[in-house]
Design a protein. Structure first.
Lengths: 453, 220
């Protein structure tokens, strides 16, 4: 995995190096051009000067003679023998030259600049021909020396650069580390954490840019924590709620074992059957509940044909032994609700089961569409005892069992209904009917309705 | 021994009622705080089995109001929650013992006997009076080392008399020990049972205190 600090360092070091390099190239080129321009001008000037000195007789030359004397042109700079001067007669004899100038003719051309190679050295030569005196003045610059000049300038630049670049690299490295400090702190904080530690990261000094990351990280922590909390609660609930029916089963079994009386034993065995039914239902509802809780946001969509589902449930749940029937109104066949089908089935099943269980023998459970004057969409009604008003706000709590409880009630049914509907944006409303019994309404979740709950 | 069971789970409640009756208890059962309060105000019990989570509140509330009335009836808490903190909370609220679900029926009976024994201040559960021995654990009665067969009701009367020797129990008090509150009290029944006991144990063992009630006889 590439490290951000390494990457940043490489990018910064490379770009800085490139900027330096291009600066050096640019300075090299411009210095050379400038040096050439200045030295060419000097060369030209020197050529003309010698020529004019000959004209004004200040330098005595006899075109018929060979070398009389070295010209008094003695440059004694570091760049020794930079300039060489030759005076040739037009007949082709060398009549004068400066100290250190080669004997060979520097150039054969008559006027202006040219470059030649003499003894392996490159010269830049300026020529002036004085036809009146019959002489030709050649002034030459050794290009090696010119290049040396440019190279000295570049060397003067590169040497400190060689010293500064490592320091610059070190500073870049330190800056990158310092800049990434907030990231390292968070990483350190996360690393030091125990795997089960889901507290939000709060006490870390951080940068503005990392705050959103931190926020979403803390959000994730909160979600995972919530999920785990729910799981823990659920497991604890399940374990506790199973202990009572288990205690009942065990006690009844011990009664059956201990009693010699047939009637008592039979009664105990019947109670065991009831207890097993109840426990079985409790287990099923616990599983339903965990299934609803596990449903992801993304899965909560779909459409259900209300009539078909309610019809199938009605056939399933009608209690023939007590003569309780379930009626599903035909108008429900035309109703479709935007709800995940499995969630709707769960909610409807628990509502219908509740209604059947609380109905008196021979009672009728009615499933119908809400009329225009009523809130909500679908209503399930029974003729049972209803729910005492003071218990109404609490009946959807998990494991809440009111006074009018059915023998098989687990206290989970309505909690499942509310959870399942809530997950799909629907809500449950429970009301005692004026004529007796309970009316359960499935309706849209409205902001007002939500606040009322 | 008369015991009140407060438990909302129907199967468990019924099992406890029948099971404790087999164990020699006279057990009554209710399913809510409200009912428990009502029964406790009108009847006396030797012990109470109390569930914590009840439909209309917590068993702890029943326990607290019981103790506020200075009622020292021994209470055995039954609960699905048996973390240490829950147990401490229950015991601090005035419970005498604590049992987590699921439990053993025999253990409930044994703990109830121990609670009743401790409440009466005796070191052993064995009750003795002039050669007469009664063992609540086995519901056996012996006279001079010889076992005596007694009926359930006779045993209950003998237990009530022997647990507070010397104390006079009225007919009404004996009926309380004998019958659950749902049961129809037969008139005359106490006299009939006492008569049977006298014929089994000898005439001097149970004395009639005229106009007041019965007690164990001082002399043969």
């Amino acid at each position: 995995m590439p490290s951000i600090s390494k990457r940043l360092f490489l990018i910064l070091a490379l770009t800085t190096g490139l900027v330096w390099l291009s600066a050096v190239v640019w300075i090299f080129l411009s210095t050379r051009a400038e040096v050439e321009r200045v030295l060419d001008a000097r060369l030209m000037e020197a050529g003309r000067m010698v020529s004019s000195l000959i004209v004004s007789q200040e330098i005595q030359v006899d075109p018929t003679q060979t070398i009389t004397a070295d010209l008094p042109l003695r440059p004694h700079t570091e760049y020794d023998r930079q300039l060489s001067c030759q005076i040739w007669s037009l007949q082709g004899t060398l009549i004068g030259r400066s100290d250190g100038a080669p004997d060979e003719e520097l150039s054969e051309h008559a006027d202006g600049f040219s470059e030649t190679v003499i003894d392996g050295e490159r010269w830049r030569v300026y020529a002036v021909t004085n036809a009146d005196l019959g002489v030709r003045v050649l002034v030459g610059d050794n290009l090696r020396i010119r290049d040396g000049l440019v190279n000295d300038v570049i060397r003067g630049l590169l040497l400190p650069a060689m010293l500064i670049l490592p320091i610059l690299a070190l500073m870049i490295w330190l800056s990158v580390r310092r800049g990434l400090e907030p990231l390292r702190k968070i990483a350190g904080n996360l690393e030091a954490r125990h795997a089960s530690d889901l507290r939000p990261i709060e006490d870390v000094e951080t940068a503005k840019e990392i705050v959103p990351v931190l926020q979403s990280l803390n959000g994730l922590f909160a979600r995972v924590d919530g999920l785990r909390e729910r799981e823990r609660n659920f497991t604890a609930f399940a374990a506790h709620e199973l202990r009572t029916p288990l205690a009942g089963l065990k006690t009844q079994a011990q009664v059956a074992l201990a009693s010699g009386d047939h009637a008592i034993r039979d009664q105990a065995l019947r109670q065991i059957v009831v207890g097993v039914d109840r426990t079985g239902r409790l287990v099923r509802q616990l599983l339903d509940m965990s299934a609803v809780e596990a449903l992801d946001q993304a899965e909560r969509s779909g459409f259900v044909r209300v009539g078909a589902i309610l019809g199938a449930l009605a056939d399933d749940l009608a209690d023939t032994s007590r003569g309780v029937t379930v009626e599903v109104s035909p108008e429900l066949d035309d109703i479709e609700l935007a709800i995940e089908p499995e969630l709707f089935r769960l909610a409807a099943r628990n509502l219908m089961e509740n209604a059947v269980n609380h109905s008196p023998p021979g009672g009728i459970v009615r499933c119908r569409a809400a009329t225009r004057s009523e809130e909500g969409r679908i209503i399930i009604e029974d003729d049972g005892p209803g729910i005492p008003d003071e218990e109404l706000p609490r009946v959807t709590e998990r494991f809440f069992r009111g006074r009018n409880k059915a023998p098989v009630g687990s206290g989970l049914g309505l909690a499942i209904v509310e959870l399942a509907l809530g997950r799909s944006g629907w809500r449950l409303r429970l009301q005692n009917r004026v004529s007796g019994g309970l009316s359960a309404t499935i309706g849209e979740m409205t902001p007002a309705g939500n606040a009322a709950r | 021994m008369r015991v009140l069971i407060v438990e909302d789970d129907a199967v468990l409640r019924d099992g406890l009622r029948v099971g404790l009756a087999i164990g020699g208890f006279n057990a009554d059962a209710v399913e809510s705080c409200e009912e428990a309060e009502a029964v406790l105000k009108n009847h006396e019990f030797d012990a109470m089995v109390l569930d914590l989570m009840l439909p209309d509140g917590s068993g702890l509330d029943v326990l607290k109001s019981l103790r506020e009335r200075r009622d020292t009836t021994p209470v055995l808490l039954l609960t699905a929650r048996d973390r240490v903190a829950d147990r401490i909370q229950g015991l601090d609220a005035g419970a005498d013992d604590y049992l987590g679900k699921p439990f053993d029926l025999d253990e409930v009976a044994a703990r109830l006997r121990a609670l009743v024994r401790r409440a009466s201040g005796r070191p052993s559960s064995l009750l003795e009076w002039r050669g007469l021995r009664l063992d609540p654990a086995t519901q056996q009665v012996e006279l001079g080392g010889e076992p005596v067969r007694v009926s359930r009701r006779e045993y209950a009367i003998l237990h009530a008399l022997m647990i507070h020797p010397g104390q006079i129990l009225s007919r009404g008090q004996i009926e309380e020990k004998l019958y659950g509150w749902q049961e129809e009290v037969e008139s005359n029944a106490v006299e009939v049972h006492i008569h049977h006991l006298r014929s089994k144990l000898g005439p001097g063992m149970i004395q009639t205190v005229r106009g007041i009630g019965y007690r164990l006889g001082e002399e043969p």
